[in-house]
Design a protein around this ligand. Structure first.
Ligand SMILES: Cc1cc2nc3c(=O)[nH]c(=O)nc-3n(C[C@H](O)[C@H](O)[C@H](O)COP(=O)(O)O)c2cc1C
Length: 193
């Protein structure tokens, strides 16, 4: 019994030390603009149903500059999460993508696209945006917020196939809206792209 208690305490303290180290590492992180963003016209675009992806997108925009735009639906999803999830499942099953606003990306070289993960994949509005636009000769950089799990390989391959461009950078998968140190997590990702 005593041995188990001591082991739990050791694991607990080890986790606290690891968390403090991680926070310190993130707090000390510095941003220097990556080469692929230098002298480029940058657009951050996002779809957000509950606000998490919007928060990450706004933080990203404050770091990389350029313009920011929102993907909006012609017909909003129901506020009730159960009704919404049911409708999303139906749309996935039937292969229906929601109609979204027209967004002109022709003036931009680098496009960050943010979305929540729905059913382990990018949200349907993000899929609509990717399918509706031509990303030839543009750099596409996806970022996602999620709360449990995402099929990262399937997500990346799906976007590559739909966007018809090979210039897709390593996406960011951020737990919910990052909870804290969102900017620092974004900088760490940008520095490593
Ligand atoms: C219809 C629906 C399906 C979801 N499916 C997943 C999922 O498969 N995996 C996951 O980690 N989170 C899932 N989530 C949670 C969202 O990805 C997460 O809360 C995200 O941060 C929401 O972003 P938003 O506030 O910008 O809409 C789902 C949420 C909804 C509404």
């Amino acid at each position: 019994m005593k041995f188990i208690l001591v082991s739990i305490l050791i694991i607990f303290f080890a986790l606290i030390v690891a968390a403090i180290c991680k926070i310190n590492e993130l707090k000390n992180i510095k941003y220097s603009q990556p080469q692929f963003l230098t002298d480029k016209k940058i657009l951050t675009i996002y779809y957000s149903n509950g606000g998490n992806t919007k928060n990450v997108a706004q933080n990203l925009h404050s770091i990389v500059g350029g313009d920011i735009k929102e993907i909006e639906l012609e017909e909003k999803y129901p506020n009730n999460i159960f009704k919404m999830s049911k409708l999303v499942r139906k749309q996935i099953k039937e292969g229906n993508l929601p109609k979204i606003n027209n967004i002109d990306i022709s003036n931009y070289d680098v496009i960050f696209v943010g979305s929540p993960i729905w059913n382990f994949s990018p949200s349907l509005p993000m899929k609509s945006f990717i399918i509706n636009n031509n990303f030839e000769n543009k750099t596409l950089i996806p970022f996602f917020t999620y709360s449990g799990g995402a099929d990262k390989t399937k997500t990346i391959n799906g976007i590559k196939e739909a966007a018809k461009t090979k210039d897709i950078k390593q996406p960011l998968f951020m737990f919910e809206n990052g909870i804290f140190l969102v900017k620092e997590q974004l900088i760490k990702w940008l520095n490593n792209i």
